[in-house]
Design a protein around this ligand. Structure first.
Ligand code: GUN
Length: 277
């Protein structure tokens, strides 16, 4: 059994990107600049936003931060996005989700110019992914593919089961696995015989949002298990959607929480920031 070290792999990717930015600077190329918008001060969002800004600094690209109060109106947020869409210095725009309830997430996502959609959430980006065109890939699923490839896990021809069908993880994840020639099944809350379906998987990607739900009863001997979930337990420690202690010994590969998929999201965001520059 091999534990996939997402921290190490994300560091490798960030170092590759840092070297790329150094080359761009030496050539006198335009250097990307990411605009990061946070509305309100949800503590988890503040941590993510802080890490995204740190990653920009690490690889050597610009970042601009917009911390707006909770009561910011939707129109005010849309005006800021319009201004950033029209600002040539800004090459990527990210609105940290979730936004406050009085703001419609879809309206915000659609307003970001598809050329600057480094989160890969715009319907144009999602459509490009679906038909196999080049575009910004949703960061977490793209990070999972990198974890698999860089750990030597073959995807082509494998039974891949994705649990979860969100627009941010489950759906793009299944399309990316399909693009890598996996045989893909998507499971969700209405799936019958979930255990039996999961037990078919050579590669099981779990993004359900329920702490430690996936036990060894769901996992085939020798499977590769990727855990996208993250939860804080009562004892203050973090855990995933997979019961790691119970499942690990049955796997060929498994990602831990923390230190598995999480760090990859930011590495892939940085990768998107260097795209099309
Ligand atoms: N909230 C949780 N994950 C993400 C993400 O990948 N991007 C943004 N913008 N917000 C998020």
């Amino acid at each position: 059994m091999q534990i996939i070290d997402g921290k190490k792999i994300s560091q490798e990717i960030k170092d590759e990107l840092k070297a790329k930015v150094e080359m761009m600077k030496a050539n006198g190329d335009k250097i990307p600049c990411l605009a990061v918008i946070q509305v309100g001060n949800d503590p988890a969002s503040s941590v993510y936003v802080g890490n995204k800004k740190k990653a920009c600094e690490y690889i050597g690209i610009g970042s601009k931060s917009y911390e707006l109060p909770e009561e910011t109106s939707q129109d005010e947020l849309l005006s800021l996005i319009d201004a950033l869409n029209n600002d040539d210095e800004i090459t990527g725009i990210l609105v940290q989700l979730p936004v406050p309830k009085h703001i419609d997430e879809d309206t915000i996502i659609r307003r970001i110019s598809p050329n600057k959609d480094v989160d890969g959430f715009h319907p144009m980006s999602v459509g490009a992914l679906l038909i196999g065109e080049d575009g910004f890939l949703s960061c977490t699923p793209a990070g999972v593919i990198q974890l698999l490839k860089r750990s030597g896990v073959e995807i082509a021809g494998k039974e891949c089961v994705v649990i979860g069908r969100s627009n941010i993880v489950g759906k793009p994840m299944s399309v990316l696995l399909l693009r890598e020639n996996g045989t893909v099944t998507i499971c969700h809350s209405r799936t019958k015989n979930l255990k039996e379906v999961c037990k078919r998987a050579d590669i099981l990607v779990v993004a359900i949002g329920k702490p430690k739900m996936i036990t060894s009863e769901y996992v085939k001997e020798g499977a590769c298990v990727i855990d996208v979930g993250i939860h804080r337990m009562e004892n203050g420690k973090l855990c995933g959607d997979v019961d790691f202690e119970d499942v690990a010994e049955h796997c060929s590969f498994i990602t831990p929480v923390p230190g598995g998929v999480g760090p990859m999201t930011i590495a892939m965001l940085m990768n998107n920031c260097l795209k099309n520059i």
